[in-house]
Design a protein around this ligand. Sequence first.
Ligand code: SF4
Length: 472
Amino acid sequence: MTQLVALRRSRAAGNADRQRSEAEGVAGALVGRGAPGRTVYIETYGCQMNIGDTELMAGVLADAGYARVDDPGRADVILVNTCAIREHAENRVLGRLGQLQRYRDRHADLLIGVTGCMAQRLGEALLQGAYGVDLVAGPDAYRSIGWMVDGMRRGAVEKGQALLALDADEDYGGLRAIRGEGVSAWVTVQRGCDHRCTFCIVPYVRGPEKNRAFSEVVGEVEEAVAAGYSEVTLLGQTVNSYRSGDGDFADLLHAVARVPGLRRVRFTSPHPNDVTERLLETMASEPAVCPQLHLPVQSGSDRILKRMVRRYTRRDFLEKVDLARRIVPDIALSTDIIVGFSGEMEADFEATLSLLAAVRFDDAYLYKYSRRGGTPATRLPAADDVPAAVAQTRLERTIELQRGIQLSVNRAEVGAVREVLTERIARSAGDLLGRTARNKVVAFRGPADWIGTYRRVRLTATSGATFTGAVA
Ligand code: SF4
């Protein structure tokens, strides 16, 4: 049965790549002879997209006979699903690969693979002995990962393979994700990116934008609801640039919001340029769409936005913020900021601070720029680099400003009663953690069997980052 599934799926994808289909067919037969009890441990780094990809790989590997376990010590296969956005993230993974080698002592046939954006960026270099890696697979190779892993473990495929071809047709249609724990389901609607922001590695490791069929996305949301999820988050690199034969992102969001039984839908990460009136009107009119929008601005300076090739100006961005607040009055806004980008002068940095002060975001992800090999920004003159100490000071000043803003924004919400989806047990004994529709994290007392349910909670205090509350 597993063999048939593997073959059918390889054919569905195989029109674009007959060679791969044939290889999958051979390995599908290998999978079919599999012994029971094979296990895989997948460790995930980076963004929500990677969480979605891990669930996709878990599905592919389950079809190949590999059950997911949460302990690397019990695994026949360990996969590290990686991020390449920052050097720090890659260094963490390299360190982790070193630690994982110790499991080979107990399991002579253990196979260790690296997947995701860092796998695509570093490619075959990861197969060099020092890292102890048997398999490298980029973001367009996950359909092949089941037969590849199984073939290697049986000796039918040589270890040391790198699956790095970017495939403009690969949208993973027809595959089934196996979701991890949690009360909210991630549903990928789009992969890759057509922008070329100069600081970003994503277009080079994930390829051009590929949108899933409208009916597949809606079907997956229906399946998630049938499996008990009442909240979904639609994922894409620039999710709101989604377009298929059946409509654009506003149409998709409208259709998803109408899936019976779904109480909440969120989406991330949108590009400011593709936030349209229609999208905002859909957010305002569909009760299931959460009034929450992540709007990455990156810089408040037109000069730096141009060097980043963000394709909007400060004024365009502020107009988008006004439009969002006019159409969805209770909208919670968050953003991303990079300080210390190539050529950033003090005046540019001050423009970023003034934009933060003007918008008063509910939340912000603040980063210090670090050069990524393979991105266009590495070709900007080295003389324009911002000294590390200056960039660090700017980051600290930005954090301080945003903390103050967030504290005052969140204090204004203290006393309100909000519907909270209970997500998990908090670290502090007896507390649960949940999220409001506006994406505010709340800790409150309650029994563990409330996880997955909605509670009306009065927000009683805030630290600035999160709230404490009591069931109303
Ligand atoms: S829009 Fe820009 S920052 Fe976002 S993924 Fe694409 S290239 Fe990267």
